[in-house]
Ligand binder design. Sequence first.
Ligand SMILES: C[S@@+](CC[C@H](N)C(=O)[O-])C[C@H]1O[C@@H](n2cnc3c(N)ncnc32)[C@H](O)[C@@H]1O
Length: 292
Amino acid sequence: MGSLFSSSISLRKSVRIADDEFIQLRDFIYEKSGIFVDVKRKYLFESRFSKRLNELGLSNFADYLKYLKFDMKKAEELTTLFEMVTTNETSFCRDMKQLKAFQGNVLKEKIDEQRKTGKLELNIWSAGCSSGEEPYTLSILLHESLKMELPRWKITITAVDLSKAMIKRAQTGVYGDYAFKTTPDDIKAKYFKKDPEGWKINPEVQSLVKFQQMNLNDPLALKRVARSHIVFCRNVIIYFDESMKKKVVGSFYDNLLPGGYLMLGHSETLHKISQTFKPVYHPGTIAYKKEG
Ligand SMILES: C[S@@+](CC[C@H](N)C(=O)[O-])C[C@H]1O[C@@H](n2cnc3c(N)ncnc32)[C@H](O)[C@@H]1O
């Protein structure tokens, strides 16, 4: 066993990346996805990409750059590249304090407004949804808030991510224990069933969520998303530089209906990014309102 392990290790050569190759690869990733990799994380390129270069039989990053730009399989490789550069950390009910404040204030306001107009409709956009835990959590919150009234509502949660693999995983709706590390036991018991592969989400909760692979760096794709009452984009813009943050947040502003809200992750802010939203402070979260 030990020798097999060490021989497989020796087969995988670590490929060093030169400074100019790092800059070129970093710029390529930025141009395609808006994800900005700081030079301090250069070592990450060597560790994450060496395996891929070995698989492709390439001995250096200059050849990998040519492959990404000119090979017949460049479109497929871009998908693989996106898997390698994204961080997909997520879980059900992530940041419960924020979600409670959201449910009791923002969501309640929108539900009350819609009830008043008699238009029982809500569109929510989860941008950067990873493997689906966030949009499914939003669907659970809607079930908790609307209860028996829910079947009378037309609700769509549009959930998008750059990673095809994450979207595929999200669509299965089956999760391992890790996905529940921030989830109250009663929510897990109420909305999930044990399955041979893990825990399967309730089909009614699942039915509100429509998944789609989408690059937030593609303004035309963003324009095709139905206008939203609420946009969730948590723990995504931290990977972007200022100019990409401004572009994406501008697209969310255009997408939101008047009076709509943008929700960010707890370490993220619109300070220096956008003056157009009005920050509304609740204990546990800031909701950014598009006044209308
Ligand atoms: C850390 S996860 C956050 C997941 C979830 N929103 C949450 O807070 O739990 C960040 C996600 O953003 C996605 N992402 C990064 N850049 C993106 C882009 N340009 N377009 C779409 N999704 C992107 C990644 O693939 C990843 O799944």
